[in-house]
Design a protein around this ligand. Sequence first.
Ligand SMILES: Nc1nc2c(c(=O)[nH]1)N[C@H]1C(S)=C(S)[C@@H](COP(=O)(O)OP(=O)(O)OC[C@H]3O[C@@H](n4cnc5c(=O)[nH]c(N)nc54)[C@H](O)[C@@H]3O)O[C@H]1N2
Ligand SMILES: Nc1nc2c(c(=O)[nH]1)N[C@H]1C(S)=C(S)[C@@H](COP(=O)(O)OP(=O)(O)OC[C@H]3O[C@@H](n4cnc5c(=O)[nH]c(N)nc54)[C@H](O)[C@@H]3O)O[C@H]1N2
Ligand code: SF4
Ligand SMILES: [Mo]
Length: 662
Amino acid sequence: MHTCTSVCPYDCPDACGLIVTVDGGKAVRVAGDPAHPFTRGTLCPKMAHYERTVHSPRRLTTPLRRTGPKGSGQFEPISWDEALTDIAAKWQKIIAEKGPQAILPYSYAGTMGIVQHDALHGFFYRLGASELDRTICAPAKGRGFKDVMGSTLPTAPQAAQNSDMIILWSLHMLATDIHFQHDVAAAKKKGAVIWCIDTYRNRTADTADHFIAVRPGTDGALALGLMHVLDRDGLTDKAFLKEKVLGWEKLKEKILPKYTPAETERLTGVPAADVVAFAHAYGKARAPFIRLGSGQSRYRNGATTTRLITCLPAAVGAWGKAGGGLLTSAGASKAYHKEIVTHSDWKRPGTRVVNMCRLGEALTQDDSIRSLFVYSSNPACTAPDQNQVLRGLMRDNLFTIVHERFMTDTARYADIVLPATTSLEHDDAYYSYGNYTIQCGWAAIPPVGQSRSNWDVACGLARALGWDEDFYKQSAKDLVEQLIASTVKWPCGVDQDCLRSGRPTPLTLPDDYNQVYATKSGKIEIYNDALTPALPDYKPLEEDKGELAFINSPDMRILDSSFNERDELTNNRTMVLFVHPDDAKRFDLHDGQTVTLQNERGEADFTVEISDRTAPGHVVSEGVWWRERIKGAHSVNVLTSQRLTDEGAGSTFYDVRVDIKK
Ligand SMILES: Nc1nc2c(c(=O)[nH]1)N[C@H]1C(S)=C(S)[C@@H](COP(=O)(O)OP(=O)(O)OC[C@H]3O[C@@H](n4cnc5c(=O)[nH]c(N)nc54)[C@H](O)[C@@H]3O)O[C@H]1N2
Ligand SMILES: Nc1nc2c(c(=O)[nH]1)N[C@H]1C(S)=C(S)[C@@H](COP(=O)(O)OP(=O)(O)OC[C@H]3O[C@@H](n4cnc5c(=O)[nH]c(N)nc54)[C@H](O)[C@@H]3O)O[C@H]1N2
Ligand code: SF4
Ligand SMILES: [Mo]
């Protein structure tokens, strides 16, 4: 029995450090690493028993070939050689008949490790396949921040310990960023006041001192209403605005006058008195800190909304005050030269690019895509417009390969399934997008069954296709070594020995990182003439049909579709719908009843829970569940649309209206 360090591989901002106990080639215990500067020795409930995922009886352990109809889940085991030879032969035929762009890779962040995440990117560029625009998460949030701040590094989360006002803005901290709680608690001890801004009162809101409920997609108006009051009541930092900010006077003159507290209330549903109280608290705080999640960005106005919220710290000069600032996504990935793995230089100009939010459309509008290779993602569950995605996956002339750890909703539709390793079985280099830590995770146990890593699959496919590139003769470990070496470019240096040892490696930030602004003008750009409009204004959502707004928030027990494999985490209580008592009366609904929500894309069944956590006119359901976990097998993504955001071409998962089926 021995212990070793590792990293949580999931698409979670915390990127926790793990201590893994290994006995006889098996992981028997997983704990949080006390030496990790953000994990601080605790894990979330999902990862507390990661060994149950790693050694789950549900693990795929051999390649499979489909024997029944698509989607039936009927397969027979085959060898890796047969699987790779079969894939290469079918692809060569498709390429000869239709060209390489008839092949589409589809992947996201099932693992965040750079090598395994990007392992096949270069392979598909080299093949000449259609490219995938990886937009499913929150590119609109990234763009909205960048519009104002350029490539300035967002504030480190630990800085919030010195804040006197922390705002959890569309961030379900207890589900999605649980370790930030340590910093919030430390600040609270010193007297900080915690605010939470969300569309419904989730369990994170229960931990805050003040809760502001906004109407979905209207936070841009709220930000403008706050700036109106800050200006009106003399609470802006005039010296900071004059010296460090571009465009405040223009915003003040042209945009802010209309956003009176009364108008803000009309647009957002936040009572005018609360708008004023919130603005006064923000304007009077010594060092206010905003931790901005992604919720506000998953609407067609999502980038603009984020852009407007990003103007707030500038208005009060919060940047550069110890404890103040704003954190969207930390910039720790910048420590590595990812191109070592990704090889974007192998892209062929003019290649078709498919937006991953529009997979349903891409597979059904015509049959130009003849093969789909899915890895590190489960689009039959997590992509919007599920009915259209499933129609696409049912196509007889689509050759689908899924590289997975489990028989997911998507794997069920595959022609060939390939078994994937978990993070404890392969080498990788990790970074966090919620704090400034990087770390290597070296394989702790041998692969379970015949599973292979993404990198090994890339090398196997290259061999099967007769490629002789030296690149594919390297091991994942070789690539991790090169990534470690590439960290020399981090401005304050990186302790490479620490990184190589597998221990959590904090990235030192320049002292002035929140006082020097990496924009074209060198100032914070409220006015940005590279954009149309150069001055941001709230863009109301044009309302679709449907009596109710439908909010889908993360569930604490699962992470996107991951952890659905764990029976003990997912049992009971999936697809619960919070309905406000007024709506329950209006639609004659009672607790525990099954209700069907519908819109033009489809319908799904939920169990009603009458609750004042939500507001009248808004219904809420938490989690994206595997189809086998829910009644009727229609998940929330039957209701979501393939519409894209204003900038970044991102997903709009929360921009949904529904009716109750009578
Ligand atoms: N347990 C768990 N952890 C996760 C995930 C998970 O599914 N489960 N997913 C992982 C991934 S991939 C990501 S990207 C992150 C996401 O992490 P977050 O950024 O925290 O999550 P979001 O899904 O954007 O939702 C956050 C909150 O935004 C609220 N919201 C929705 N619309 C609006 C709005 O218009 N205004 C405001 N103010 N709030 C709104 C939702 O109700 C929700 O409470 O979490 C990661 N971690
Ligand atoms: N309705 C609704 N839908 C959503 C969201 C929402 O809030 N609401 N959130 C959206 C967001 S933010 C995101 S990021 C997406 C994420 O959606 P997905 O990309 O589907 O997310 P994950 O559940 O992270 O991972 C998918 C799969 O990767 C597999 N995997 C893990 N490690 C490896 C590996 O090393 N190799 C291979 N080959 N596979 C591996 C896991 O077994 C898992 O089944 O979902 C989106 N969908
Ligand atoms: S909080 Fe996130 S990074 Fe940490 S163990 Fe849980 S899922 Fe992994
Ligand atoms: Mo995400």
